[in-house]
Design a binder for this molecule. Structure first.
Ligand code: SF4
Length: 237
């Protein structure tokens, strides 16, 4: 699997898809990428070290994803990330985190801040329609208020192309995301092994009505395929 890439447009950064001990929530109805994990900490560290060594620091920003939350990454991987930031003059590192681990974010920020590195944390909210999010998507975010959700987080992921979503609901989600978070990442649902199916009609509405509006917005990333950041697909030789 490709685990290192460069994002050259919008907020240029290097990105790593690392491997941890596994998402501890695992219940999001649309998700099967939490299957990328191993309970073998040594094997995870060996894999992660190989990928981290590819980081050059050329954009001074690094995004780390791991099919779960940063708390699932082993201690040595986290320490190597911190050292790599210092050695490669990286000023900003991004992690992802489920709402249930928000209590660990302050310590994460402090540990990198000691090395002069700013931490940004991204949460997958998928939609600010709390009933849809919890009844259909089983996201596990007990809080309904976007402002409260945003208290510990800097960036938000949204998931579009699902049955029941409309132009208005998707626009509202993006605008709410932009109001309370620094950046928004829109993912379009693709076929996977879960029972949640993409709705091509909803995706078409997004492409026709909203994609042109937000395509060039520097604060909005749009992933039409979940490998569009360059990681998660087949490894290039
Ligand atoms: S928290 Fe993330 S990795 Fe875990 S099940 Fe939900 S979407 Fe998947």
């Amino acid at each position: 699997m490709e685990r290192y890439a460069e994002i050259t447009h919008k907020n240029p950064r290097e990105i790593l898809l690392l491997r941890g001990s596994g998402c501890r929530w695992k219940r999001c109805a649309f998700c099967d990428y939490h299957l990328d994990f191993s309970p073998d900490e040594d094997a995870n560290y060996a894999l992660n070290r190989r990928e981290i060594q590819k980081v050059t620091g050329k954009y001074r920003k690094l995004e780390v994803i791991n099919s779960g939350s940063f708390v699932d990454l082993d201690r040595r991987t986290m320490e190597l990330l911190r050292r790599t930031c210092v050695e490669k003059h990286i000023e900003e590192i991004h992690f992802e985190c489920h709402y249930i681990h928000r209590g660990a974010i302050r310590e994460l920020r402090q540990s990198f801040a000691k090395s002069g590195v700013c931490v940004k944390v991204k949460i997958g909210v998928e939609t600010f329609d709390a009933d849809y999010r919890e009844r259909v998507l089983h996201k596990g975010i007990g809080e309904r208020e976007p402002a409260r959700i945003a208290e510990d987080f800097d960036e938000v992921c949204l998931l579009f192309g699902l049955r029941g979503q409309t132009q208005e609901s998707m626009r509202r989600d993006i605008e709410t995301g932009l109001l309370y978070f620094e950046r928004v990442c829109v993912n379009i649902m693709v076929e996977n092994t879960t029972d949640i199916r993409p709705d091509p009609d909803v995706a078409a509405v997004f492409m026709e009505k909203l994609y042109p509006v937000y395509r060039l917005d520097e604060r909005v990333d749009i992933l039409l395929q979940n490998t569009d950041f360059g990681v998660g697909g087949e490894e290039k030789k």
